[in-house]
Design a binder for this molecule. Structure first.
Ligand code: NAI
Ligand code: NAD
Ligand code: ISE
Length: 336
C-alpha cells in the first residue's frame, strides 16, 4: 500500500522533500500539505503534488484520514508542537532538525513517545546517511588510524537570511555536527566553549559570525568546529580526524578537475540541497520503508534530545565565554 504523507512547511526543504517523495523515492506519495503561508503551500502543490489537498490548519492535516505519516519541515520553533500532535494522533513523524529548539522541548517529545510505547519519530539528521561520513566512520572503526585524539571541523555557508541569528548558528547549523560527531565517535560530550574571532563585515549587525565551538568528549577527544555562515565562497563541510596512527578526512564531493586559462581548479558547491542530495534521498526512503514495515531505524528522538542538550550548553557558553559542562542523562532502554 502506498503511504500517504502530509507535509507541514513548504519552504526550501519542505518543497524539496515533496519533490523527492513524488519523483525520486518509492512507496509513498504526498496527499496533504500545509504552510503558514498559503501561497507557499499552493506553489509547492502546483509544482510537485498537484493532487494533494492544501490544509489551512496543520492539526487538521495531522488528524486527517488522508494522512498516514507526517513530515514536519516548518521552522524549528514550530517543530515541538507538530511532533507532539503527531504522537497524540498515533502517527509516524519525520521531523527536520532541530527536533525542538531546546533540550526541554525535545524531552517533552521523548517522554510522549515513551508513554505511547513505540518509536514514532525520526529526526532529519541526514549526515549519518551520507556516503562520505559513512566512509570516514568505516576507516575510524577499522582501527587504521587508532583512537581519535582530535577533530578539526568546519561548517561554512555562503550566506544566510536576515532572520538567522547568533543562537541559530548552534540550533540550526552546529546541530548537524553535534549529532553526526556523536555518532561518528560513539561518545558523548562533556563540555563546550565558544570563541568569537574578529567578525566578518559580511554579517548583519545582529549576528556574531564566525564562531568556533570547542567540545570535549567523555573519552577525552577534543573537537573544534568553525561555524562561518557568511563565508561567501561556497557551501563547505569539513571534518578531519587526527588519530594515534594517522589522519582521516571527510571526502570532498566529486568534481571535474579543470585546467583552463593557466589555472587548475575544482568547483565548490554552494547549496546544501546539492551537497547532501544523496543523503536526503536515503534518509527519507529509510523513513518510508520504516513506516511501511512498522519499525523505524533512523535517528531517534533521543538523538534529537542529545544534540539539543549539547546545543543548550553551547548557547550558554556563547554568553559566558567559559568552559561549560554538558550533562546528558543515560539513554533509556526504550531507545537501545
Ligand atoms: P524556509 O523558511 O524556507 O521554510 C519554512 C516554511 O515553514 C515556510 O514556508 C514557512 O511559511 C513555514 N512555516 C513556518 N512556521 C509554520 C507553522 N507554524 N505552520 C506551518 N508552516 C510554517 O526554511 P527551510 O530552509 O525550508 O527550513 C525548514 C526546516 O528544515 C528548519 O527546521 C531547518 O532547520 C530544516 N532544514 C534542514 C536541512 C538539513 O540539511 N537537514 C536543510 C535546510 C533546512
Ligand atoms: P549502527 O547501529 O550500526 O551504529 C550506530 C552507533 O552509533 C551505535 O552505537 C549507536 O548507539 C550510535 N548512534 C546511532 N545514531 C546516533 C546518533 N544520532 N547520535 C549518536 N550516536 C548514535 O548504525 P549504522 O548502520 O551505522 O547507521 C547509522 C545511521 O544511518 C542510522 O540512523 C541508520 O538508520 C542510518 N543508515 C541508513 C541506511 C540506509 O541505507 N537506509 C544505511 C545505513 C545507515
Ligand atoms: C540549514 O537549516 C541546514 O540544515 C544546512 O544543512 C546548514 O548548513 C545551514 O547552516 C542551516 O541553516
Amino acid at each position: 500500500m502506498t503511504l500517504k504523507l502530509g507535509v507541514i512547511g513548504t519552504g526550501a526543504i519542505g518543497a524539496d522533500h515533496i519533490r523527492r517523495c513524488m519523483q525520486t523515492l518509492s512507496g509513498a506519495r504526498v496527499t496533504a500539505v500545509n504552510d503558514i503561508n498559503a501561497e507557499s503551500a499552493a506553489s509547492a502543490v502546483k509544482s510537485y503534488a498537484p493532487n494533494a489537498k492544501v490544509f489551512s490548519d496543520p492539526h487538521a492535516l495531522i488528524k486527517s484520514d488522508e494522512v498516514d505519516a507526517v513530515l514536519v519541515t516548518s521552522w524549528g520553533p514550530s517543530h515541538e508542537e507538530f511532533v507532539l500532535a503527531s504522537i497524540t494522533a498515533g502517527k509516524y513523524v519525520f521531523c527536520e532538525k532541530p527536533l525542538a529548539t531546546t533540550g526541554e522541548g525535545c524531552r517533552h517529545i521523548v517522554d510522549a513517545e515513551m508513554k505511547h510505547g513505540k518509536r514514532l519519530v525520526q529526526v532529519g539528521f541526514m549526515r549519518p546517511y551520507d556516503s562520505g561520513y559513512r566512509a570516514l566512520k568505516a576507516v575510524l572503526d577499522s582501527g587504521k588510524i587508532g583512537d581519535p585524539l582530535m577533530l578539526h571541523c568546519a561548517h561554512r555557508n555562503p550566506r544566510v537570511g536576515k532572520n538567522y541569528n547568533t543562537d541559530m548558528a548552534i540550533t540550526d547549523t552546529l546541530i548537524h555536527e553535534l549529532d553526526v560527531l556523536r555518532w561518528m565517535l560513539n561518545d558523548d560530550y562533556v563540555s563546550a566553549q565558544v570563541i568569537f574571532p574578529r567578525k566578518t563585515p559580511k554579517s548583519l549587525p545582529h549576528l556574531r559570525d564566525p564562531q568556533i565551538v570547542l567540545l570535549e568528549t567523555a573519552k577525552g577527544t577534543r573537537i573544534d568546529v568553525e561555524i562561518f555562515v557568511n563565508c561567501q565562497y561556497g557551501y563547505d563541510i569539513q571534518c578531519e580526524i587526527v588519530g594515534e596512527l594517522g589522519i582521516a578526512k571527510l571526502p570532498e564531493p566529486s568534481a571535474v578537475l579543470l585546467r583552463s586559462e593557466a589555472a587548475r581548479s575544482e568547483e565548490i558547491l554552494t547549496d546544501w540541497k546539492e551537497r547532501f542530495i544523496g543523503a536526503y534521498d536515503v534518509e527519507l526512503q529509510d523513513f518510508i520503508d520504516g513506516v511501511r514495515s512498522d519499525k523505524l531505524r533512523g535517528p531517534s528522538a533521543w538523538s534529537g534530545y542529545a544534540a539539543a542538550v549539547a546545543a543548550d550548553v553551547c548557547i550558554k557558553a556563547q554568553v559566558s565565554g567559559a568552559v561549560e559542562p554538558i550533562n546528558l542523562p543515560a539513554q533509556p532502554a526504550f531507545y537501545n
